[in-house]
Design a protein around this ligand. Structure first.
Ligand code: MG
Length: 237
């Protein structure tokens, strides 16, 4: 009888938004619903402004300048002011986070990859996400993701966000202190996922389906994959 072949990486830290989850679809549906509830007839016209504001705020979270929870309302306070909407930013924020939780599916094939990963001997997964608990917990439950992950680590619950080592410490503690040498961070963002993995001293796998070129990637990325199922070969080494 053959011995079981050990995997190259047995601890996988995996990002949620834009890596497993179709976040663009989730945001578009939530934005449309929140804006229509506020009486805005043409939500799509304001979506680019929202995206710009949201990106800027999350970049500030990554730099440790603001907390994850600050993003929730600030993005709508700024949007209302910038485009001159007669709407209550707090109500927009409430409706939007409800919509984010209730909308958006895993990318096609992502669930099959998760199934294949947890079937590998000794492999454990952690979901490691910069996000709001009230959004991500609803998604995790609705999409039945608990069964794949030994730890679900959400920045608003931890009080630290990728790329800070503190959120990786939290994930490793929840997993019972696995060896860093067998750990791999997987995600679409160079500034949060990949920089964070590098900061923590673990291997990094950039999910890059658009085949973006980035000068920073060369020094940060150990593996560059165009499809999520390519992760299986990386993990098996
Ligand atoms: Mg992401």
């Amino acid at each position: 009888m053959l011995d079981t072949v050990p995997v190259r990486y047995s601890t996988l830290l995996i990002d949620l938004d834009h890596t497993l989850l179709d976040t663009d679809a989730s945001e578009a549906a939530a934005f449309d619903s929140a804006m229509r509830s506020a009486g805005v007839d043409d939500p799509a016209a304001h979506l680019p402004a929202y995206h710009q504001i949201n990106r800027t705020l999350w970049a500030a979270v990554e730099r440790g300048e603001i907390a994850t929870a600050d993003v929730r309302t600030a993005r709508f306070e700024q949007l209302v002011q910038q485009v001159g909407l007669a709407a209550d930013p707090l109500q927009l924020a409430d409706d939007f986070v409800a919509g984010l939780g209730n909308n958006g599916e895993l990318y096609p094939g992502a669930r099959a990859v998760l199934e294949a990963l947890i079937a590998l001997p000794g492999v454990r997964l952690a979901l490691l996400t910069n996000g709001l608990s009230e959004v991500q917990r609803v998604r995790v439950n609705r999409l039945e993701l608990e069964r794949y992950f030994g730890a679900i680590v959400i920045s608003s619950e931890i009080g630290a966000a990728k790329p800070a080592p503190a959120i990786y410490d939290a994930a490793f503690a929840m997993l019972g202190g696995p060896a860093k040498a067998g750990a791999l961070m997987v995600g679409d963002s160079l500034t949060s996922d990949i920089q964070g993995g590098r900061n923590y001293g673990i291997a990094t796998c950039w999910y890059n389906p658009q085949r973006r070129a980035d000068a920073a990637a060369a020094s940060l990325v150990d593996y560059d994959i165009a499809t999520l199922d390519a992760l299986l070969a990386v993990v098996q080494g």
